[in-house]
Design a protein around this ligand. Structure first.
Ligand code: UDP
Ligand code: MG
Length: 333
């Protein structure tokens, strides 16, 4: 049997993934990838909810838990659970690398013909899995997205900021991220192999998922509240995730300043000519501190903003250039 690697071929600088299906026999059918950070309280609830659903599906499956450097007893709870559920695999990070790295690890380690990343807090309802699997198997769809129609359980700030982010991103980035779709989705093996080819160390998974493309279908659901434990994403983390998303897939923030500069340049030429002309005709006119001061302040602060934007990108180039591993796995159980 051909290995997956050898059936990925390249054409020029592109990659061809069309013949992957032939080597799927030895794989489990479905991998559920679950990143966990301080989730001891919710893991048992997650397992008792998802287990009957997966059992009813008539397919082989595995549950790949990535313990992202939890400081509570998440690892212990997972190891205990593994005694009852042999389908559990545990990838244990050496420290907290963040959800994007945990997801990447899950994707790298999972073996399934299809893969579903899920949050452990049951905000991504496992009840959708049978429908996702049906669409993948019967219709030959590679990506089944789960879109949140009702986010009334999320805070007003979270809804507003998420909405703003999706709109801004989709305006300025070539890579459209489907609105209100989280990481919860089904992706086929060839889509997974495509994702694994993405070389960046600064990983914005929603963008990466969208970038690779493939036949896509969207189903809808209502987002529930977290079942236990608490969120690890505060406003500052979400802001940084949004910056990551935009800088990973768009250079618009860098380029826009060319146009801002051009407009300011034209305006200053007009205004400068007017001042020179006026001085030539009416003589020297001293008042004007206010307009001068305003111009200096405005241009000075604009330059600082631009420097900041450039800094965001240079910082990322710097991190990327070190080529550090995405994550360190301490143990695998
Ligand atoms: N998570 C993780 N590493 C982190 C933060 C979060 O693996 O550093 C996991 C967490 O355990 C959960 C998922 O990512 O399974 C989503 O986190 P959370 O529910 O806190 O985010 P929210 O739903 O509030 O956006
Ligand atoms: Mg959550």
């Amino acid at each position: 049997m051909q290995s997956i690697k050898s059936s990925i071929s390249s054409q020029g600088r592109g990659v061809v993934l069309s013949n992957l299906d032939q080597d799927l026999d030895s794989r489990v059918d479905l991998s559920i990838v679950v990143p966990c950070y301080n989730e001891e309280a919710v893991i048992p609830i997650f397992l008792t909810t998802i287990e009957p659903i997966l059992k009813s599906l008539d397919l082989s499956y595995e549950l790949v838990f990535v313990n992202d450097g939890s400081r509570d007893n998440t690892l212990g709870v997972l190891q205990q659970a593994k005694l009852d559920y042999p389908q559990i695999r545990i990838i244990n990070f050496s420290r907290n690398f963040g959800k994007e790295a945990a997801l990447s690890a899950g994707i790298d380690f999972a073996d399934g013909k299809a893969l579903i990343p899920m949050d452990v807090d049951l905000q991504d309802p496992p009840e959708l899995i049978p429908e996702m699997v049906r669409i993948w198997r019967e219709d030959g769809i590679d990506v089944v997205l789960a879109k949140r129609t009702d986010r009334s359980k999320d805070s007003f700030f979270k809804r507003w900021s998420a909405n703003f982010f999706y709109r801004l991103n989709n305006k300025i980035s070539v890579n459209r991220i489907p609105e209100n779709v989280g990481d919860f989705r089904l992706v086929s093996r060839r889509c997974v192999e495509a994702i694994k080819l993405m070389g960046e160390t600064q990983r914005f998974m929603k963008g990466i998922f969208a970038w690779v493309g493939f036949k896509t279908h969207t189903i809808e659901y209502q987002r529930d509240e977290r079942q236990a434990g608490q969120t690890s994403f505060n406003a500052w983390k979400l802001w940084n995730l949004a910056l990551e998303g935009i800088t990973s897939f768009s250079t618009a923030p860098l380029r826009v300043w060319l146009y801002v500069g051009l407009v300011a340049w034209c305006l200053s030429i007009f205004y400068g000519s007017w001042i020179i002309l006026r001085t030539l005709i009416y003589g020297v006119d001293l008042p004007g501190y206010a307009s001068m001061f305003t111009a200096i302040l405005f241009l000075g602060s604009t330059q600082l903003i631009v420097l900041g934007v450039i800094g965001e990108y240079i910082g990322r180039i710097y991190l990327e250039s070190k080529g550090r591993p995405l994550y360190i796995v301490e143990d695998e159980y």
